[in-house]
Write a protein that binds this ligand. Structure first.
Ligand SMILES: *[C@@H]1O[C@H](CO)[C@@H](O)[C@H](O)[C@H]1NC(C)=O
Ligand SMILES: *[C@@H]1O[C@H](CO)[C@@H](O)[C@H](O)[C@H]1NC(C)=O
Length: 315
């Protein structure tokens, strides 16, 4: 009986000791994280936004376990990674974000913040761009792969100005017209954009990567001998293409956050596909071109007439 009472008395203490040992200490107040959503380009946008907003609000950025492991297998990201138990037990307050900076995001007051949405806009973090770019330094094996790829592309040339070209296709081939009433960039757009750089640099060398290399090989004009298909066509490892593109001097991309990051990390001039959805597209409520692409980048208007015929009433 006495033994039982002692056990009953000790039980909470023993439970607490066990919990602390097994579960670890609770995350400190002011811990911030973000909900991982989407693929590599999205995760990078979410991470950069987490860094910027937690810094503005005096919070400490932490990554959820899978996202942390993923990013740390590619980049030299500095944020700590929480355990699954910490992630699960913390009473997070979710803060949904638009894809552009707003004043209210400077005053987020909650003990535990979890950012949600698909933020990628430079308007969150461009004031600390060198920090963000350092966070996305590639790990040595990827850097070596990219360096070797560019060196091979030189192929005896005396000089080259590397223009990374990213052509996003894959699921967007259907999703963009069907869901968003938009287009994803055609051969004509790529030719116009490449001609801009051909005019600027006599030694322009285009390094083409895509999630659809077969389409690129059919549609990118190689007549001048200044195109190299570098995409490794391995969608499980998009980081290899991103490492190569980010090492180029300038960038051409079509749509998507992956192309954005290729251009942002390369840090030179960039050409993007502009106005790629019909004016009434719901996409325009979620995505603002001037918040998505840097002001010094150049847009080339998409051709909506030919590609979206089926949305126009028959005449
Ligand atoms: C262009 O990119 C290459 C490869 O990253 C680099 O070695 C070179 O210095 C860059 N050129 C300029 C003018 O920045
Ligand atoms: C995209 O549309 C906006 C609004 O109509 C216009 O101001 C802008 O010049 C267009 N962009 C391009 C590259 O044509």
């Amino acid at each position: 009986m006495v033994g039982f009472l002692i056990l009953l008395f000790l039980y909470p203490t023993v439970w607490m000791m066990w919990k602390t040992k097994m579960v670890g200490k609770q995350l400190p107040l002011g811990s911030w994280t973000c909900q991982p959503q989407g693929r590599l380009g999205n995760l990078m946008g979410e991470y950069a936004t987490l860094l910027a907003l937690s810094m503005l609000n005096g919070g400490r950025p932490l990554l959820m376990p899978k996202m942390g492991a993923h990013l740390k297998s590619i980049f030299e990201v500095s944020a700590a990674v929480m355990t699954s138990m910490e992630s699960y037990r913390t009473p997070w307050q979710e803060v949904p974000l638009n894809d552009w900076m707003m004043d209210e995001y400077k005053h987020i007051r909650a003990p535990y913040v979890k950012l949600t949405g698909y933020p990628c806009s430079w308007t969150f973090y461009h004031h600390m761009s060198s920090f963000v770019r350092r966070e996305f330094n590639f790990l040595p094996p990827l850097r070596d792969y990219a360096t070797a790829t560019l060196r091979k592309a030189m192929d005896g040339r005396k000089s080259a100005t590397f223009i990374g070209v990213h052509v996003r296709r894959g699921d967007y081939v259907r999703v963009m017209p069907d869901v968003w009433k938009g287009v994803i960039g055609d051969a004509d757009y790529l030719r116009k954009a490449m001609d801009v750089f051909r005019t600027r640099y006599a030694d322009a060398l285009f390094m083409v990567a895509s999630d659809d290399m077969a389409w690129c090989m059919q549609h990118v004009d190689v007549a001048r001998g200044d195109v190299i298909f570098v995409g490794n066509n391995n969608q499980a490892e998009p980081q290899r293409d991103l490492a190569v593109l980010s090492m180029c001097n300038h960038t051409i991309f079509t749509v998507g956050t992956f192309g954005f990051w290729a251009a942002y990390l390369a840090g030179g001039d960039a050409i993007y596909l502009s106005n790629f959805t019909l004016p009434e597209s719901r996409f325009r409520l979620l995505f603002k071109e001037d918040k998505a692409y840097l002001p010094n980048w150049m847009g080339i208007a998409a051709n909506l007439n030919t590609d979206l015929k089926h949305f126009f009433p028959p005449t």
